[in-house]
Design a protein around this ligand. Structure first.
Ligand code: AMP
Length: 284
């Protein structure tokens, strides 16, 4: 496995692989890797000839300095895990390599997909994501890039962004990986105590209840939301950030729960913010 710390190194290696006709798959991450990430690596290894993983905790996408400062890091373990999953190259830049001279003063936005959910509850977050993804895509020039649908709005935004700006990359969305008990895996779960972990199971339970209510005929989005909210409100430890029932393609509000539907939740448990979602295909 090759380890690169500068954009120049990674781009030189990509140029060699491309000259040999190899298809490059790319998985951007912020490290502290878990099975949610490694599933993306496996998908890339199976679909591309070479797989590149980046590990970079992107300061531009954190609107909360404490969240950035406390973001978990495990570089040594991450590198071992990448190697064991047959990743070909890890790009591990520091802030200076990623943003020489500081974070550039440019604002990237797709307004129609940034009116709700994490875009409004974390102002500036997706602007920072689109910035780092643009820079990474220029360095890595991937043919395929893999993103988890756990961060559903991020996946939708990046897919649209690549279309709009003609990045020559196929953006592939991968299903959310969960613990046996249903908790969506996340690097931030490491900051939860054992009791907080138990409480966090209410998030996926609320989503599953929303799903079953919809499939048993509840088509009023307000009612679905209320039913899900009751589950989350049953814990004093959970503070709701948002809970939405939306059109999964446009992220617009629904009159009736039909078509491609997104159930999306964000909560705070103690100081930790967790997000989760389900997408459903609902007949009339
Ligand atoms: P992060 O390191 O949190 O920036 O995540 C890097 C990539 O892994 C993103 O595309 C995430 O959506 C994806 N990811 C994180 N957790 C999961 C999960 N539980 N299931 C599937 N994909 C995930």
């Amino acid at each position: 496995m090759i380890l690169c710390r500068t954009p120049e190194e990674v781009n030189a290696q990509v140029k060699i692989w491309k000259s040999e006709g190899k298809k490059v798959g790319f998985v951007p991450t912020m490290g502290f890797l878990h099975e949610g990430h490694t599933t993306l690596f496996e998908e890339s290894v199976s679909r591309a000839d070479k797989t590149i993983v980046s590990i970079f905790v992107n300061p531009a996408q954190f609107n909360d300095p404490e969240d950035y400062a406390k973001y978990p890091v495990n570089t040594e373990g991450d590198l071992k895990l990448c190697e064991s999953k047959n990743v070909d190259l890890v790009f591990l830049p520091d802030k200076e390599a990623m943003y020489p001279g500081g974070i550039p003063d440019v604002v990237l936005k797709i307004p129609h997909l940034m009116n709700n959910l994490c875009a409004t509850s974390r102002p500036g977050h997706f602007e920072g994501v689109l910035l780092v993804i643009s820079r990474l895509f220029h360095f890595v020039e991937p043919n395929l890039a893999f993103f988890g649908k756990k961060d559903y709005q991020q996946y939708l935004l990046i897919r649209e962004f690549c279309k709009m700006l003609a990045f020559r990359v196929e953006v592939v969305g991968c299903e959310t990986i969960r613990s046996d008990k249903g908790l969506a895996l996340s690097s931030r779960n490491a900051r939860l105590s054992e009791t907080e972990k138990e409480e966090s199971l209410l998030v996926s339970r609320a989503l599953r209840l929303g799903e079953s209510q919809i499939f048993s005929g509840v088509k009023d989005p307000v009612l679905v939301r209320e039913i899900m909210k009751d589950v989350l409100d049953s814990s004093a430890k959970i503070k709701l950030d948002y809970l939405e029932v939306l059109n999964a393609d446009t992220l617009e509000n629904l009159e009736r729960v039909t078509g491609n539907v997104l159930l999306a939740v964000a909560v705070f448990i103690g100081p930790v913010r967790l997000i989760d979602n389900l997408t459903l295909s609902v007949d009339e």
